[in-house]
Ligand binder design. Structure first.
Ligand SMILES: Cc1cc2nc3c(=O)[nH]c(=O)nc-3n(C[C@H](O)[C@H](O)[C@H](O)COP(=O)(O)OP(=O)(O)OC[C@H]3O[C@@H](n4cnc5c(N)ncnc54)[C@H](O)[C@@H]3O)c2cc1C
Length: 363
């Protein structure tokens, strides 16, 4: 590689930092900059812990990046001008790039009436801070029986015993896992006093609770929405090829299918995975895709064709409070395998994985 090739990474989460960490090693002659609206790297996978009042560690992004000769730009990216190859920042500055890695992650999202106005979320540190400062005594309805909803419901029940937690969703909790893992999740939630309401579809969130598709209503002191994440609309607005949610469509080397100087990784990218399915939004996919995007970009700068991304799943961990959890081992295409860890062993295993993910992201 010759001269100062300018690589801008949008987003200093798991995917963006994994890319930066890799580039610091393999693209020493390039000028690398990471843009993030936040000053700190927050372990997003712990936001359900933070929301219920636990302390979580944060790392100053400038202190992480600058010793590795990576510029940190604290600003919100408001636009991308792909013609002039510039990122437009919220303070009216612009940032020139030769290559861009788009890793803006995901946020809370729902098209159900009342969610934006009346529901809390744990999708971002700011959302979790809101919930943390406002947890009421009384009934808290957690909408969404996916991993985030389960983890939050368990954490609330364990850490906020004055609250009466209802976990509500259109499917049973952890329905995608093996029967054994599902049963453990259900038993653990019941032991913690969480009331589970499956096959319940929320059609509106109101100031006093939720209204359901069967015509009934459930009163709540607070409602937390965990049923689905959206992504920033920057890529769509910039004219990049995106899917219906606004995630960047990529080829097998994580390059944008419409803009060859743009790569995408993490939650904000559509990445083809094993078994013909797109990779799911997860820290477990954000880290390797961020690292891979850096490798692919540098291979092309060096004039070679990068090998295609080969991603395999190994396990999925779900915490059930601080002393219990479930680890579902997976076939490489994400289908549940027979092996399942539960209880304290699973809680310990997950904690090691979360710590390891934080270490893997930090340059
Ligand atoms: C409560 C909770 C628990 C989770 N638990 C797990 C788990 O156990 N295992 C797992 O695999 N996954 C888990 N996840 C999912 C995981 O956190 C995400 O999939 C992962 O963080 C995605 O990484 P990312 O780098 O793509 O995005 P993010 O980590 O969201 O990082 C995106 C970054 O972009 C920045 N940004 C966004 N927009 C802008 C802008 N316009 N300008 C500048 N900066 C911007 C943000 O500040 C952020 O730092 C959990 C998620 C939540 C919310």
């Amino acid at each position: 590689m010759t001269g100062q090739h300018r690589i801008v990474i949008l987003g200093g989460g798991y995917a963006g930092l994994a890319a930066a960490r890799r580039l610091a090693r393999i693209a020493r002659e390039a000028h690398i900059a990471v843009v993030d609206a936040r000053a700190n790297f927050v372990e997003r996978v712990r936001l359900h812990q933070y929301a219920v009042g636990q302390s979580i560690q944060e790392w100053d992004l400038r202190e992480l990046l600058e010793p590795k000769r990576i510029q940190f730009v604290r600003a919100r990216a408001n636009g991308i001008d792909t013609a002039s190859k510039q990122v437009i920042l919220d303070d009216a500055r612009t940032l020139d790039y030769d290559s861009l890695i788009y890793a803006l992650g995901s946020t809370n999202d729902a098209d159900v009436p009342g969610v934006a106005e009346h529901a809390y979320s744990v999708a971002t540190p700011e959302d979790s801070q809101w919930l943390r400062t406002a947890i009421p005594a009384g009934r808290i309805v957690v909408v969404g029986c996916g991993a985030t909803g389960i983890e939050l419901a368990a954490e609330l029940a364990e850490y906020q015993p004055d609250s009466q937690v209802v976990l509500l969703g259109s499917e049973a909790p952890a329905s995608w896992l093996s029967r054994r893992a599902q049963q453990h999740v259900e038993r653990a939630l019941e032991r913690l006093g969480v009331e589970i309401r499956s096959e319940a579809k929320v059609i509106e969130v109101t100031p006093d609770g939720v209204r359901l598709a069967d015509g009934s209503a459930l009163a709540a002191a607070a409602t937390v929405w965990t049923a689905g994440f959206g992504v920033p609309d920057l890529a769509r607005r910039a004219g990049l090829a995106v899917d219906g949610h606004g995630r960047v469509l990529t080829d097998a080397t994580l390059r944008s299918i419409s803009h060859p100087d743009v790569y995408a990784a993490g939650d904000a990218a559509v990445v083809a995975g094993p078994g013909g399915r797109d990779l799911r939004m997860a820290c477990a996919t954000a880290l390797p895709t961020g690292k891979y995007a850096a490798d692919a970009l540098v291979a092309r700068l060096a004039g070679s064709q990068p090998r295609e991304l080969r991603f395999r799943y190994y396990f999925q961990c779900i915490s059930l409070g601080r002393r219990d959890g479930v680890v579902q081992f997976l076939h490489h295409d994400d289908a549940p395998a027979r092996t399942v860890l539960t209880g304290r062993t699973a809680a310990w295993f997950k904690e090691q994985i979360v710590q390891g993910a934080g270490r893997a992201a930090r340059p």
